[in-house]
Design a protein around this ligand. Structure first.
Ligand code: MLT
Length: 246
């Protein structure tokens, strides 16, 4: 059966979507899902994504490495922030990391509530992710984290890039009649010659710049630099592509 691609632009809209038989792809390009992919590319063992600060604190007390931010600022009790750079150090290899962010980890929690397969998407794992999705052969729901329930340009741009790749590479095994996916692909079409330049107008890019954290933009906008497939298993993210770590 030919499979459908849909896009949800905000956690507020997620309740409206059919979940049955969907593979959910969570995206938070600046920065949570790019950082998760970076961590697995660097050999992290697992990431426990929590949505509440109190839960995060409990893990910290048990001795876990804790990464996290609110509004972009590192949490006072965290060992590190939520920049891909934080996850590219040797200390990350083989470790379990607890992650708590403003939007991204909340989206992962919402996605986990329906017993659907959940996979993490970013520009940096776009190629590996596209192959994985086509192999899984399930309907796809791309779930953009946005910013505090608002539409975000970077996540929507990614949704368009991913939908476009799936449609091109799947030999007509996928289609879309979802307006949000068509809109996302139109954004991608406008940006694809220079996505890095296009994303300069994104609101979260400005927020990160204000906090002097925008040095990560280049890293997050690179395409297919890591061959990782972070998937949710028993509420923990693991890399289902361990043999292909760069
Ligand atoms: C988030 O989850 O809201 C983001 O990753 C924010 C950020 O760390 O820039």
């Amino acid at each position: 059966m030919i499979k459908h691609i849909e896009t949800c632009f905000s956690p507020m809209l997620f309740q409206l979507f059919e979940k049955q038989g969907r593979l959910i792809v969570v995206a938070d390009i600046f920065r949570a899902t790019s950082s998760i992919c970076a961590a697995f590319g660097n050999g992290a063992k697992e990431i426990i994504a929590v949505s509440e600060k109190s839960e995060c604190l409990k893990y910290k007390e048990k001795g876990y490495i804790v990464a996290g931010e609110r509004e972009g600022k590192i949490l006072d009790y965290a060992d590190m922030g939520n920049s891909p750079d934080d996850f590219l150090t040797p200390e990350i290899k083989g470790k379990s990391i607890v992650l708590n962010t403003t939007n991204g980890t909340r989206t992962i929690r919402i996605a986990s509530e329906y017993n659907n397969p959940v996979v993490i998407g970013a520009f940096i794992n776009l190629g590996a992710l596209t192959e994985y999705i086509i192999k899984e052969n399930k309907h796809v729901l791309i779930f953009c984290s946005g910013w505090k329930d608002h539409f975000s340009l970077e996540d929507s741009l990614f949704a368009g890039a991913l939908a476009n790749e799936i449609l091109i590479k799947s030999n007509d095994r996928y289609y879309t009649k979802c307006d949000a996916t068509h809109a996302a692909m139109d954004i991608w079409k406008a940006a694809k010659n220079n996505p890095r330049k296009y994303i300069d107008k994104a609101a979260h890019r400005s927020r990160l710049k204000y906090m002097k954290l925008d040095n990560v933009i280049d890293y997050c906008m690179k395409i297919s630099t890591v061959n990782v497939i972070p998937v949710l298993k028993n509420n923990r993210l693991i890399n289902s592509n361990e043999t292909l770590i760069n």
